[in-house]
Design a binder for this molecule. Structure first.
Ligand code: NAG
Ligand code: NAG
Length: 304
């Protein structure tokens, strides 16, 4: 499978930090301790527990964990609701984006966090493909520190609007997550019909959903506008070559967390092999990506 490629600045990380995505991180799968202890370890190393304010960093971290053989433990990250129950903040003070794309689920299919006052610290859970879960702060887990001051702490708002300083969308497109998008639900059609529909709509195309923060913005939009009754197609497919997922412009679709769903205790998507060649966001799995039969009649998200 072709690696996901994007242009990243090369950072001058000081040891023990190395560059992962656009951050200097220290990932240690041997060190283990409770959340408070490991917060202190990161501070001793001139850093802090990592913040995933830009959800795209999670994709780089998860890829790195599997590639370097560190996918044997769970990792604390710098999010907690210890100050006010239910109000999750990063150690940087920024609020944590709830639901999709960061938070996973367990067998019951209920999206995390679910532990209430008993679970106030956030962990990337090995058992759930490193989606984020709340856990008791006293549990022992490993750590991911980021070097501070982080010269390249990117505002995700900037990354999602890259190259589009002021976005103006032709009707009926709206600005969602910095993109011009039109969510067409409950109107439904096959993948091919919906692909043509988007083209007719001011020469648009089915969305290239390559930014995890845009996935989060879409989750919020679908819920705020009560558009949660249906699946929606997006522009990824593996019809040309089994398992080789491509956007309509031919670029590879990023696989894994935090894009593709892992519903309840099921393995991570895509799972449908040659019978399911079209990508969709599904309402029964928190609008994470799933593969679907291309002749399913569902909605669509167009992009201009
Ligand atoms: C974390 O560990 C330290 C040192 O062992 C202990 O003093 C502290 O109470 C623990 N904190 C939690 C939340 O379990
Ligand atoms: C899905 O795509 C594969 C090639 O990747 C193709 O062999 C198969 O026939 C397609 N399945 C359907 C149902 O069209």
């Amino acid at each position: 499978m072709e690696a996901f490629t994007t242009t990243l600045l090369l950072l001058a990380c000081s040891p023990p930090y190395t560059q992962v995505g656009d951050r200097c991180l220290f990932i240690d799968n041997v060190l283990s301790g409770n959340w408070t202890e490991l917060t202190a370890v990161c501070q001793d190393l001139g850093g802090e527990l990592v913040d995933l304010h830009d959800a795209n960093l999670l994709a780089y971290i998860v890829e790195h964990l599997y590639e370097t053989g560190r996918s044997d433990v769970s990792y604390w990250v710098g999010a907690t609701d210890q100050a006010v129950e239910g109000q999750w903040n990063w150690l940087t003070g920024a609020p944590v984006h709830m639901n999709t794309p960061l938070w996973g689920d367990l067998k019951d299919g209920v999206q995390q966090p679910t532990g209430g006052a008993k679970e106030n610290c956030a962990v990337l859970l090995k058992e759930d493909y490193y989606f984020m879960h709340d856990a008791p702060c006293s549990n022992p887990h490993s750590l991911i520190c980021q070097q501070t001051p982080d010269s390249l702490l990117q505002d995700p708002a900037l990354s999602t609007t890259r190259g589009r300083p002021s976005v103006e969308c032709p009707h009926p497109y709206e600005v969602i997550g910095g993109r011009c998008l039109f969510v067409n639900v409950p109107s439904s059609g096959t993948w091919e019909e919906q692909r043509r529909f988007c083209e007719l709509l001011h020469g648009g195309h089915m969305i290239k959903l390559d930014d995890a923060n845009v996935l989060g913005a879409l989750f919020d939009y679908l819920h705020a506008h009560d558009l949660t009754s249906s699946y929606v197609y997006i522009g990824g497919s593996d019809s040309k070559k089994e398992g080789d997922w491509r956007w309509l412009d031919g670029t590879p679709v990023r696989m894994g967390t935090p894009f593709w769903g892992a519903q309840g205790s099921s393995p991570q998507e895509p799972q449908g092999g040659t019978s399911q060649n079209c990508s969709s966001l599904i309402n029964t799995d928190h609008f994470f990506l799933h593969d679907l039969e291309c002749d399913s009649l569902v909605g669509v998200i167009c992009e201009h």
